[in-house]
Design a protein around this ligand. Structure first.
Ligand code: HEC
Ligand code: HEC
Length: 344
């Protein structure tokens, strides 16, 4: 199969990147548009994932960074957000499932926190609407950070002069700024600047020299196969919920996905479509962490979602194109902070 390259391909992408871009058709579960436009269209990253309900200030972002790295938000003082979302490692721990409090293992693969603030919802099953709400989950999750209560978290933060001052600066004018909700707001604000601009963004903004010939062909193969019906928008994913196993039943069904959130039969095995930004660096893959390599993940998708076997060459090209989605880590943001002393 010959794919058009050069100008032909450029026109397709240029059209799709504008708001009125062509529709590739929705997947079988297509729930509306994700951030970044209609299904099938791509869009470059914004500067930050702004939020009307949580305006970004430097004070809030800096506080969020400390909290993200601070193991004192865990029961035994040994697990931080960064333990499972290592920011120097593309926001993942690289394990099939994560290890949290007292060495306990969870049941799902930890997704990257980079660019996740742009997603339509958080978690594999979308049970939190945004990063602010999400941040409350792991702190209380008994197999993650295992704190007893939000009051216990607040006591720990209040016992430290550094945090009392930093919350005051981040939430000026509040009588008692050191709260569990403000902790989540600060962490959310920090995550909203964890974006990773990549060669793909330069391409979408018009620099057509960025992709290699192989990567161009990978993009064509990706669209031609129908991957962009689900993996589109600003995240090349992250914009909708879809069934895993559209064309063929996924072998593992213990985790029913979104069904556990909504209780609706049609949500069984439905998961949030992950963003493919940085996919090259976020192995292993899928909610169950069952696939070790990117090429194998691409093959599995073609088989289970599309019933359309891809040639080895297509798989290599798609994988090569996905490498253009590997972004630059925001070095200025992610230097591990000096953590405040335990009691002061
Ligand atoms: C013990 C490991 C562990 C710790 C600690 C942890 N996470 Fe996670 N995180 C996970 C796993 C596993 C998931 C997926 C869980 C699910 O979907 O049910 C996840 C999901 C997320 C997501 C959703 C991303 C997306 O694309 O949907 C965000 C954001 C996130 N975590 C941020 C945080 C923050 C902030 C903290 C600290 C307050 C934190 N995590 C602590 C393992 C961890
Ligand atoms: C019908 C919608 C749909 C189509 C079509 C689709 N995907 Fe997916 N993709 C998903 C969903 C849903 C997941 C997450 C499944 C899970 O782990 O629960 C996923 C996961 C992935 C992952 C793993 C990402 C990670 O971080 O774990 C890769 C890589 C991927 N898809 C690539 C592709 C490619 C390449 C194609 C085309 C050959 C494709 N997808 C077609 C919905 C789709």
């Amino acid at each position: 199969m010959q794919f058009r390259t050069g100008l032909g391909m450029i026109l397709v992408v240029a059209m799709a990147a504008t708001a009125g871009g062509q529709r590739m058709g929705m997947g079988p579960q297509g729930h509306g548009m994700g951030p970044g436009g209609p299904p099938g269209a791509f869009a470059p990253l914004p500067q930050e994932a702004a939020s009307a309900s949580n305006p970004l200030t430097e004070e809030k972002i800096q506080l969020g960074r400390r909290l993200f790295f601070d193991p004192r938000l865990s029961r035994a003082g040994d697990v931080s957000c960064n333990s499972c979302h290592d920011l120097s490692n593309y926001g993942v721990d690289g394990k099939p499932v994560s290890t949290g409090h007292a060495g306990q293992q969870g049941t799902r693969n930890s997704p990257t926190v980079y660019n996740s603030a742009l997603h339509v919802a958080q978690f594999w099953d979308g049970r939190a609407p945004d990063v602010e709400e999400q941040a409350k989950g792991p702190v209380m999750n008994p197999v993650e950070m295992a704190m007893d209560s939000s009051a216990a978290v607040e006591r720990r933060m209040r016992s430290t002069r550094f945090y009392r001052e930093a919350f005051q600066a981040a939430f000026p004018g509040e009588n008692e700024p050191v709260t569990f909700d403000n902790m989540a707001r600060a962490i959310g604000a920090f995550e909203r600047v964890l974006l990773t601009p990549s060669p793909w963004d330069r391409f979408l903004k018009g620099d057509r020299t960025v992709l290699t010939a192989e990567q161009h062909q990978g993009l064509m193969a990706f669209r031609h196969a129908g991957c962009a019906a689900c993996h589109s928008g600003v995240g090349v994913g992250g914009g909708s919920f879809q069934r895993l196993g559209v064309a063929k039943a996924w072998p593992k069904t213990e985790d029913p996905g979104r069904f556990a959130v909504t209780g609706r039969e049609q949500d069984r095995m439905v998961f949030k479509v992950p963003s493919l930004r940085n996919a090259e660096k976020t192995a292993p893959y899928f909610h169950d962490g069952s696939v070790a390599t990117l090429e194998e993940a691409i093959r599995k998708m073609a088989e289970y979602q599309l019933n359309r076997p891809l040639s080895d060459r297509d798989v290599r090209n798609i994988s090569s194109w996905l490498q253009a989605l590997t972004g630059e880590l925001p070095a200025r943001r992610i230097t591990p902070p000096q953590l405040p002393p335990l009691e002061d």
